[in-house]
Design a protein around this ligand. Structure first.
Ligand SMILES: [Zn+2]
Length: 239
């Protein structure tokens, strides 16, 4: 055993994994890809405590103006995201799509396990619980043109930033990646440093697995481009 190997072994024995010895990285890689065990709080949803407090404050302020913010999706694990991916892949394949087409269709709105911002406990998908919910709720038209969530969108566009929440997937024509999602907000105080650490990870090693459908098309090049277009294709306020 040479000197470096000896030091590495000693660090492992001391329980210091690579990320802990890297001074620039504050977040456990497992937490960033949805495989950790984060301490989450909330009823009917799950967020990191600081995001939860900020959400409660924002929600109370909205309520005073007649907007009842309801979270329909928050934390999501790697396994959950994988089952969403695999079931969408099977569905699109059964509609006669090629593997390439199925993947292109999935990544309009959904993402690969290990690449979702929902893994972080900082993200929320919201609707207004006031109007009756009919069919699919996360549809952008419903957030515009006098749709049931038009008032919620307008309120969030005015006030959300004051509480630290920002829209990652804006209508900005120059943005790449996922389509416009007026329902998805991110708690920037936590998600910005998490993204910074996330971009340092070895994505190929952490994301790809044999039981991921379409994984034969999802090699190094695909992932490299995907991280650039989709993970980084967000509102500049969150970069
Ligand atoms: Zn979302």
């Amino acid at each position: 055993m040479n000197r470096i190997e000896f030091i590495n072994t000693a660090l492992v024995l001391l329980g210091l994994s690579r990320f802990q010895s890297n001074k620039n990285m504050n977040n456990d890689p497992n937490l960033l890809i949805g495989k950790g065990n984060p301490k989450l709080v909330g009823k009917n949803y799950a967020l990191l405590p600081e995001a939860y407090e900020a959400f409660r404050e924002m929600s109370a302020a909205a309520q005073k103006q007649g907007i009842k913010i309801k979270i329909v999706s928050s934390y999501r694990s790697f396994e959950r995201q994988k089952s969403i991916w695999n079931s969408k892949f099977s569905k699109f394949k059964s509609q006669g799509m090629t593997n390439e087409k199925a993947i292109a269709k999935i990544i309009e709105y959904s993402t690969l396990p290990g690449t979702s911002r929902h893994h972080w406990g900082t993200e929320i998908d919201i609707i207004d619980a006031g109007p009756p919910a009919e069919g699919d709720v996360l549809v952008s038209q419903k957030f515009h043109d006098q749709g049931p969530y038009d008032a919620l969108r307008a309120w969030m566009e005015t006030y959300a930033n004051d509480y630290g929440f920002f829209l990652p997937y804006t209508q900005d024509k120059k943005r790449t990646g996922f389509k416009y999602e007026p329902w998805h907000y991110s708690f920037a105080t936590l998600s910005k440093p998490m993204l910074k650490d996330y971009l340092e990870l070895d994505h190929v090693k952490l994301i790809l697995s044999d039981d991921l459908k379409g994984s034969d098309l999802l090699g190094y090049e695909f992932l490299k481009n995907y991280i650039r277009s989709h993970v980084m294709g967000i509102n500049p306020s969150l970069l």
